[in-house]
Design a protein around this ligand. Structure first.
Ligand SMILES: NC(=O)C1=CN([C@@H]2O[C@H](COP(=O)(O)OP(=O)(O)OC[C@H]3O[C@@H](n4cnc5c(N)ncnc54)[C@H](OP(=O)(O)O)[C@@H]3O)[C@@H](O)[C@H]2O)C=CC1
Ligand SMILES: CC(=O)N[C@@H](CCC(=O)OP(=O)(O)O)C(=O)O
Length: 344
């Protein structure tokens, strides 16, 4: 199949290119940039792609028609606010899209406006997109809204507890930490080396755009869950997310019982690994598509703790996008993943 990719010069776009180029079903990758500034196919030498990428393919100016005529699916690894502007013709034609941004994740346009501070697309258009956490479901439409990185770590950590009604619905607290690549390639004051090196800071407290996305999915699993307490912290790592999740048990339980619940829940899910001894670290999943989970119960406080780790660029973005492509085209879910975690 032929695949189009918009945003190869970004962090998740580069990882996506890497994964697509080793996917056995992908014979051609067409690269698209901004509509106005990218060069055309005849100007390979000034393609605008950094030479370290070692990509000989040209970067084409963004154009829906070319994408539809010359490929079978398009990935958008572009910031929020791009697909809401450019993807409508693809939706009208029911062309397969996998969107890594948050533009089509929330069903309620007012929620998007509130949390992303951008203009939403119309509600009817949002209905045509399917938010799909690829480890637990398959897309129900051709427009796939790939989940956010923090949301992925959090939802995979909470799914067995929420779906099995094992926790007090209003007791969820998530303390999530991310490496800097989660913020993309643009430089900000907080991501400047001199500031973030040897440093850590909470940011977007109670304002993070993944809060409504997480609540939307949790509510779908269990309609008694309406809100969560969610804090994000930037830590001086390149890759990785650790979501530390806390919730009150509905009734007293034990670590052994909970580990069994998680093992049963994830038994047929190749990318989720449940630890029976200790807790996973972000290095355990680095450069891989795994989500590793460790669970503990504190009977003194009746609190369940779950540690959920992912690589934000793979499971949190490009890897999950490939899983969603595999679902969309009925390939085996694990196809194209020749990845094992690499330490250090
Ligand atoms: N980084 C992560 O860990 C994760 C990211 N995401 C989401 O994935 C998307 C990409 O993130 P990330 O890779 O971090 O972002 P980057 O900032 O690293 O890269 C953004 C890419 O989008 C391109 N781009 C920007 N505007 C346009 C436009 N109008 N038309 C075409 N191309 C455009 C940029 O091109 P140029 O180089 O020319 O500027 C660049 O290639 C975002 O929506 C992000 O929220 C989701 C999960 C995790
Ligand atoms: C470390 C860091 O800054 N992370 C980003 C995650 C961005 C992201 O994944 O954006 P989406 O909303 O499109 O999913 C953040 O907290 O905003």
């Amino acid at each position: 199949m032929k695949v189009s990719l918009v945003g190869v010069t970004g962090y998740s776009g580069m990882v996506l290119y890497h994964l697509l180029s080793q996917h056995p079903q992908v014979e051609k990758i067409l690269l698209f940039g901004h509509s106005a500034t990218a060069t055309n196919e005849n100007h390979r030498s000034t393609s605008g792609l950094p030479s370290y990428l070692n990509i000989s393919d040209p970067l084409l100016p963004y154009d829906c028609q070319t994408i539809e005529e010359r490929s079978d699916v398009v990935f958008f690894a572009t910031p929020a606010g791009v697909t809401s502007q450019v993807a409508q013709p693809l939706i009208n034609d029911n062309f397969p899209v996998i969107d890594l941004s948050g533009d089509y994740r929330l069903k309620d346009p007012l929620q998007y406006q509130k949390w992303y501070h951008k203009e939403p697309v119309a509600k009817e258009t949002l209905r045509k997109a399917s938010y799909n956490l690829a480890d637990l479901s398959k897309p129900t439409s051709n427009y796939v809204a790939n989940p956010g990185c923090y949301a992925t770590a959090t939802l995979l950590g909470l799914a067995p507890l929420v779906i099995n009604h094992l926790i007090e619905p209003d007791s969820i607290i998530v303390d999530a930490k991310s490496g800097l690549s989660g913020a993309g390639k643009k430089l900000t004051t907080n991501s400047h080396y001199a500031y973030i090196n040897e440093n850590m800071l909470p940011y977007k407290v109670n304002q993070h755009q993944h809060i409504p996305e997480i609540c939307q999915q949790l509510h779908q699993w269990n309609d008694q869950v309406n809100s969560i307490q969610f804090t994000t912290t930037l830590v001086p790592m390149t890759r990785g997310i650790l979501a530390s999740i806390y919730a009150k048990a509905i009734k007293p339980t034990s670590t052994d019982q909970l580990q069994e619940v998680y093992q049963t829940f994830y038994a047929d899910h190749p990318w989720a690994r449940v630890y029976l001894d200790g807790f996973p670290s972000v290095k355990n999943v680095s450069h891989s598509n795994y989500c590793d989970l460790g669970i503990s119960y504190n009977e003194a406080t009746n609190t369940i703790f779950v540690g959920s780790v992912i690589d934000n660029l793979v499971k949190g973005a490009a890897g999950q996008a490939i899983q969603n492509m595999n679902h969309l085209f009925n390939f085996d879910e694990t196809m194209g993943f020749n990845l094992i975690p690499d330490i250090p």
